[in-house]
Design a binder for this molecule. Structure first.
Ligand SMILES: Nc1ncnc2c1ncn2[C@@H]1O[C@H](COP(=O)(O)OP(=O)(O)OP(=O)(O)O)[C@@H](O)[C@H]1O
Ligand SMILES: [Mg+2]
Length: 305
């Protein structure tokens, strides 16, 4: 894998993301540019399905770096995220050593060496043996338990991990780190302070239309414009879960499968499950509300009438 140079300006960052069909807000392009320049982790918080995970994948492709992904979940601990010792192999080694009458000190030293160390995502990302510093994605940090965040502090500020029995592992060249959160809870200040922060909100009409044009290039123009207008209106309604960009893309693909050329009330009602994933939300939109939104966007599309 050959690496590519870092972007030289905000414009360059935006253009290179765009070349990979990621349509960034100016503020995001700025934060990404700075995070790369200053070698600081990027902390992205925001609505579901708005391109947080995607930016890490895009950066890896854009810079020719491998992507190492740590998916956070409840109960995630150091052993799952950074490293653990291979107990089974250590036990085996002890048995064999007992038979051969080896020295205890020598055995203890061997048991905590490279051969028995299982490297998980965080340790892999800072492994000095890595030929190319990777992009490390720590995804959905809010799903991990709060104490887990403390493990991250050393990695985020010094790009190193101290293993008591082994020593300190430090990256020769720091990885590019992207953390994401859906904000189901607040992430600790100590983590945030080490990062550059950006809130990823829903896109405006223009940006969503551009994303759709790039992600679903075959979509009929009128259909795509109506879909974007409809989803934008939907996001202004009080719903439990608003549709993200991912849902807009899915809905477009679904409607194309149904050979739709424009929106119509019946098709909207029957495909709302692509956009909305809660029955209460669907019940609220289905029928008269969907018809009202559709009528509204049609009248706005023809201001002369
Ligand atoms: N700015 C963007 N430009 C192009 N495509 C985008 C953009 N934002 C989102 N997408 C599309 O939306 C999809 C969903 O984005 P992604 O998985 O990154 O969302 P997320 O913010 O990580 O959501 P979640 O919080 O649910 O994990 C992507 O696969 C991509 O196709
Ligand atoms: Mg994600």
């Amino acid at each position: 894998m050959s690496t590519t140079d870092l972007p030289t300006s905000i414009d360059d960052t935006a253009a290179r993301l765009l070349a990979l069909d990621y349509v960034p807000e100016r503020a995001l392009a700025t934060t990404v540019f700075l995070a790369l320049k200053l070698q600081r982790p990027l902390f992205l918080e925001g609505e579901p399905g708005t391109g947080k995970t995607e930016i890490a994948k895009t950066l890896a492709a854009m810079l020719g770096r491998p992507l190492i992904r740590l998916q956070c979940h409840e109960g995630l601990d150091l052993a799952g995220a950074a490293y653990e010792w291979n107990y089974a192999r250590q036990m085996l080694e002890i048995r064999m050593a007992e038979g051969s009458g080896a020295q205890r000190d020598e055995l203890a030293r061997q048991l905590f060496s490279d051969r028995f160390l299982i490297r998980r995502a965080l340790l892999q990302a800072i492994d000095p043996a890595q030929p190319v510093p990777p992009v490390l994605l720590i995804d959905e940090l809010d799903r991990a338990d709060e104490p887990f965040e403390a493990f991250l502090l050393e990695v985020l500020s010094d790009f190193q991990i101290t293993i008591p029995e082994y020593g300190t592992v430090k990256a020769v060249q720091p990885p590019i780190v992207v953390l994401t959160s859906n904000r189901t809870r607040e992430i600790h200040d100590a983590v945030k302070r080490r990062c550059l922060y950006h809130w990823v909100g829903f896109p405006d009409t223009k940006r969503e239309a551009e994303i759709l044009a790039r992600r679903v290039p075959g979509a009929p123009q009128k259909l795509a414009a109506e879909i974007v207008a409809f989803v934008q209106k939907l996001r202004a309604i009080e719903l439990y879960k608003l549709p993200g960009i991912a849902e807009t893309i899915e809905w477009t693909r679904a409607l194309m499968e149904l050979d739709a050329l424009v929106l119509d009330p019946e098709t909207i009602n029957h495909t709302l499950g692509v956009l909305l994933k809660y029955q209460d939300d669907i019940a609220k939109v289905q029928g008269s509300e969907a018809a009202r939104l559709l009528a509204q966007l049609r009248s706005e599309a023809q201001p002369g009438r």
